[in-house]
Ligand binder design. Structure first.
Ligand code: ATP
Ligand code: MG
Length: 771
C-alpha cells in the first residue's frame, strides 16, 4: 500500500517485512526467542487477507495452544479492523477434530464421537490390562498408555508394531494384544483418544484422496507456529495438506474447479506453507516432537525461502545474554546472533533459600515489591519444572494475599465431580461410549454394582444396542433383580430423553464451513439442538448431584457443588456465545482445553506454570524457581541421551519469557515425599556469566550442612567459580531454619531434616558427567 503508514508493515524490521511479503510456495522463518516470529505470522495473515490474495476461509493457521490461537485471531481482527470470519486458527488437535466431525462417517465413526482425555484412556487400558492379566507382566495403564501414545505419534498402529516386534518376547506379544484391544474398544465406543485425532486424520486423507482434496483445495495458505515441536504425525498432516491436486482428481472435485484455480498442467497447485520455529526451543521430544522437521524443511519443501530474524524485541540485554550463554552450551545447534536495542536493564536477581519455603517466601516478597513498584500482578509469572513445586509457592502466596492462578494444574475439567457431570453429557452425545456410561452409573451412587453393570454391558454387546437402549430393556436381563430394574430403567429414560433433546431432531454437527467462493446457503435448520445448559440442568436435577453434595455439609463437598454450578455457568456462557451449536460442539470445546488455557483469563493475577506451559508467552517479570540439579535438569533427563540438552532448551525458554526482570531462585534443601534432601545448584546457573547475576543470597552462603553438601558445592565452585568470591564459607545458618518446614507439610516430612545421601550421590555423578 503506497502512501501513508501501513499498519501491517510499519515498525517491522527489513527481515520481518520480507517474511510478511514473501509469496513463494514455502517459507521458513527460523529465529531465536522474542524475535517476532509469532508477530510476523499474524501480520502475514492480515496482509494476505487485506491484499485480497486469500479469503479468510482459505487460511489455516496452527498454534501451539488454544490460548495462542485466540490471541492471534484477536490481533488479526485488530489489524484488519474487522472480524475475519471463516479463518481456521487453531491447534493441530482442534483443526483435526473439525475435520473428523465432518468426515467421521467415512470410516465408520459417528460425528458425535467422544474424545478420550488421558484419564479416560487410562481407564480403558486399566480394564484391558485386567482382562488380559497383563499386570503380572508389569504392564500398567500408565506405561502401556505412553507407549501407545508414542507409537501413534509415529503413525504406527498395533499391526505395524506387531510386524516389527520380537516374536519371542512374550511381553512384546502381550503389548500388541493390549494395543489391539485398545484400538477395538475405542472404535466400539465411537471414541478417539487425543493422539488419534491427528493420526486418524492423516489416515483419512491417505485412504480417501477425494476427502483430502477438499481440504487441499480449500486451504491455500497454511501457517504453523512453534514448528520445532511438531511430531511425525503432525508433520505428516502438513505434508498431506500441502499436496497439489492431480488432474485426474481435479475432475471429481465438488464444485468443479474453475480455470483460475488450476496451474498450467491442470493441477490445483499445493498450498503455500509458512512455518516458524526455533530449534533452541524444542522441548517436547518426550511427546515425539522431532527437531528434524525444522532442520530438514528445505529438503522437504524445495524452493523454500528462508528468513532469519535476529533482533529480539522482548528482553533486555542482560536477560538475553544469560539466555545466549546457557543455550551456547548445546553443541548440536546452529549459532544464532540475537541482540536487542533495549539496553542492559537491571541485572538478574539470584536467591538461594534454605528450603523451598524460604525460597517461596522470597518469591512472595519480591512480587509484593514489584507490585508496590507499579507492576500489575498479571505482568508477573512464576515458573517451575514440576507441578509438585507449586504447593510451597501457593502457601506463601495465599499467606501474602497475592492473587494468583495456576495454569495447567489440576484442571477444572479433571475434578471428579465435574467429570461425573460431564460423563452424562458425553453419554448423551455418544450412547455407545462405555467409559462415560460406566462413570455415570455410580454418580451419584444408586446401587448399581459391578455385577449389574457387567450384566448390562454384556446384554448391550450381545444385542448390539446402545447403552441407553440396553437400560430401557433391563427387564430382559434375568440376573438383575426387580428393584434395581426400576432404577436402571429410570436412568435409561432420563438419558434417552436428554439425547432426544440434544439432537433436537436436527443435525447435531457443527454447521459445515463454506467452500471458498461458493455462497453459503444458510440451511433452514428449524429444529435446533437444545441448549447445553438445559441438558446439564436436567441431568443435575434428576440425579440430584448438587443436592447430595450440599447435604453432606462437608466444606469440601460444598466446593464440589460450587464447581458444578460453575460448570452450569460455563454451559450457559457457551450457549450464549455459540447459539444453536449444541452439545457435541460443547464437548469438543471442553475436550480441547489445553494446559495453557484457562476458563477465563483473569487479569490481575500472578501466573504460576511449568516452563513447558510458558512457551510462546511473555511477562515483564519472571521467576524461575527450583534451579537445582535433579529438578532442572530433571533427574529423569540426566540419564537419557540428549536429555540434558533438552532441559537446557527448557531453561532457555524460561529465561527468554522475561521482558524486564528475571529472578532465578533455588533452595539448598528440598523436601520430597517427606524426605529432605540436599539440593545442589543447577549446572545451568554455572553457565550464566557471573557478572549478570546479582545474588541476594548465593548458593555459597548457605553451605555448612555436612560433608555431602560441601563436597557438592565445592565441586560446583571448583569448576567455574561463579560463587567462590561470594561464598561465606561454612556459615551454618541453614541447620535450624531448614527444620521448620512449613505447616501442612504433608505428613511424614515435618521436622525430619534427614539428609538423604543417595540424592547427592546422583548429583555428584551428574556433575561428573557435566565436567
Ligand atoms: P517466541 O520464540 O518466544 O515464541 P517470537 O519470536 O514468537 O517469540 P513474538 O512473541 O512475536 O516473538 O514477539 C516478541 C515481542 O516483541 C512481542 O511483544 C512483540 O510484540 C514484539 N515485537 C516483535 N517484533 C517487533 C517490532 N518489529 N517492533 C516492536 N515490537 C516487536
Ligand atoms: Mg512465538
Amino acid at each position: 500500500a503506497a502512501g501513508g503508514p501501513d499498519p501491517l508493515l510499519d515498525g517491522l524490521n527489513p527481515a520481518q517485512e520480507r517474511a510478511v511479503l514473501s509469496r513463494g510456495p514455502a517459507l521458513l522463518i527460523v529465529a531465536g526467542a522474542g524475535s517476532g516470529k509469532t508477530r510476523v505470522l499474524t501480520h502475514r495473515i492480515a496482509h494476505l487477507i487485506r491484499e485480497r490474495e486469500a479469503w479468510p476461509s482459505q487460511i489455516l493457521a496452527i498454534t501451539f495452544t488454544n490460548k495462542a490461537a485466540a490471541e492471534m485471531r484477536e490481533r488479526i481482527d485488530g489489524l484488519l479492523g474487522e472480524g475475519a470470519q471463516g479463518m481456521w486458527i487453531s491447534t493441530f488437535h482442534s483443526a483435526c477434530v473439525r475435520i473428523l466431525r465432518r468426515e467421521a462417517e467415512r470410516f465408520g465413526y459417528v460425528s458425535g464421537f467422544t474424545i478420550y482425555d488421558s484419564a479416560d484412556s487410562r481407564a480403558l487400558l486399566k480394564r484391558i490390562i485386567k482382562e488380559l492379566d497383563a499386570d503380572t507382566y508389569g504392564f500398567t495403564p500408565a506405561n502401556s498408555g505412553s507407549k501407545i501414545s508414542k507409537l501413534k505419534n509415529e503413525l504406527s498402529d498395533a499391526s505395524d508394531y506387531a510386524a516389527t516386534m520380537n516374536e519371542n518376547d512374550p511381553r512384546d506379544r502381550l503389548f500388541v494384544e493390549i494395543f489391539r484391544m485398545y484400538e477395538q474398544e475405542l472404535r466400539r465406543a465411537n471414541a478417539f483418544d487425543f493422539d488419534d485425532l491427528i493420526g486418524q486424520t492423516v489416515h483419512l486423507f491417505r485412504a480417501h484422496p477425494d476427502v483430502a482434496a477438499v481440504y487441499q483445495r480449500r486451504f491455500r495458505h497454511i501457517l504453523v507456529d512453534e514448528y520445532q515441536d511438531t511430531n511425525h504425525a503432525q508433520y505428516s498432516l502438513i505434508r498431506e495438506l500441502t499436496r497439489p491436486i492431480e488432474p485426474e482428481q481435479v475432475e471429481g472435485l465438488v464444485p468443479p474447479a474453475r480455470a483460475r484455480e488450476l496451474d498450467a498442467s491442470g493441477r490445483v497447485p499445493a498450498a503455500s506453507l509458512t512455518v516458524v520455529g526455533d530449534s533452541d526451543q524444542s522441548i517436547y521430544a518426550f511427546r515425539g516432537a522431532d527437531i528434524r522437521n525444522i532442520v530438514e524443511f528445505e529438503r522437504d519443501f524445495p524452493g523454500a525461502e528462508v528468513v532469519k530474524l535476529e533482533q529480539n524485541y522482548r528482553s533486555t540485554q542482560n536477560i538475553l545474554s544469560a539466555a545466549n550463554a546457557v543455550i551456547g552450551n548445546n553443541f548440536d545447534r546452529q549459532e544464532k546472533n540475537l541482540w536487542t536495542a533495549e539496553g542492559d536493564g537491571p541485572k538478574i536477581t539470584g536467591f538461594t533459600g534454605y528450603s523451598q519455603h524460604d525460597e517461596a517466601r522470597f518469591v512472595a516478597e519480591e512480587i509484593e515489591d514489584l507490585h508496590r513498584g507499579g507492576l500489575a500482578y498479571s505482568d508477573i509469572a512464576v515458573f517451575y519444572r514440576t507441578n509438585s513445586q507449586t504447593r510451597a509457592l501457593e502457601e506463601l502466596l495465599i499467606r501474602s494475599a497475592i492473587p494468583y492462578r495456576v495454569l495447567g494444574g489440576t484442571k477444572f475439567y479433571e475434578r471428579a465431580e465435574v467429570k461425573d457431570a460431564m460423563s452424562y453429557l458425553t453419554s448423551i452425545a455418544n450412547p455407545y461410549d462405555p467409559i462415560s456410561w460406566s462413570r455415570l452409573l455410580g454418580a451419584p451412587k444408586r446401587g448399581i454394582g459391578p455385577m449389574a453393570e457387567a450384566h448390562l454391558a454384556n446384554f448391550q454387546e450381545a444385542q448390539g444396542l446402545s447403552f441407553h437402549e440396553a437400560m430401557l430393556r433391563v427387564d430382559e436381563i434375568p440376573q438383575i433383580g426387580p428393584k434395581l430394574r426400576g432404577t436402571v430403567r429410570a436412568l435409561g429414560e432420563l438419558l434417552t430423553r436428554a439425547a432426544k433433546m440434544a439432537a433436537g431432531g436436527g443435525p447435531t454437527d457443527v454447521a459445515p464451513e463454506p467452500i471458498p467462493d461458493s455462497e453459503q446457503a444458510e440451511g433452514d435448520q428449524e429444529k435446533r439442538p437444545a441448549p447445553v445448559a438445559d441438558l446439564l440442568k436436567l441431568v443435575l436435577d434428576e440425579s440430584e448431584m448438587i443436592e447430595k453434595l450440599r447435604a453432606r455439609r462437608d466444606p469440601q463437598d460444598d466446593a464440589r457443588a460450587e464447581n458444578l454450578e460453575e460448570l452450569l455457568a460455563v454451559a450457559r456462557e457457551f450457549d450464549v456465545k455459540q447459539p444453536g451449536a449444541g452439545l457435541v460442539a460443547f464437548l469438543t470445546e471442553v475436550s480441547l482445553v489445553a494446559a495453557a488455557d484457562d476458563l477465563d483469563d483473569q487479569s490481575g493475577t500472578v501466573s504460576l506454570m511449568t516452563m513447558h506451559t510458558a512457551k510462546g508467552l511473555e511477562f515483564k517479570a519472571v521467576f524461575i524457581t527450583g534451579v537445582e540439579e535433579g529438578l532442572l535438569p530433571h533427574q529423569m533427563s540426566v540419564d537419557e541421551v540428549g536429555g540434558v540438552n533438552e532441559e537446557r532448551r527448557l531453561m532457555y525458554v524460561g529465561i527468554t519469557r522475561a521482558r524486564e526482570r528475571l529472578f532465578i531462585t533455588l533452595a539448598s534443601t528440598r523436601a520430597t515425599f517427606g524426605d529432605v534432601a540436599v539440593a545442589m545448584p543447577s549446572r545451568f546457573l554455572q553457565e550464566i556469566p557471573e557478572g549478570l547475576i546479582d545474588w541476594r543470597q548465593s548458593p555459597g552462603e548457605v553451605t555448612g550442612r555436612g560433608g555431602t553438601e560441601s563436597r557438592a558445592l565445592n565441586a560446583v565452585r571448583g569448576s567455574g567459580g561463579s560463587y567462590s568470591g561470594r561464598a561465606r564459607g561454612g556459615a551454618s545458618r541453614g541447620t535450624d531454619s531448614s527444620v521448620s518446614f512449613a505447616p501442612g507439610g504433608g505428613g511424614g516430612g515435618r521436622g525430619s531434616a534427614a539428609v538423604s545421601e543417595p540424592a547427592s550421590g546422583n548429583m555428584q555423578s551428574a556433575l561428573d558427567k557435566w565436567r
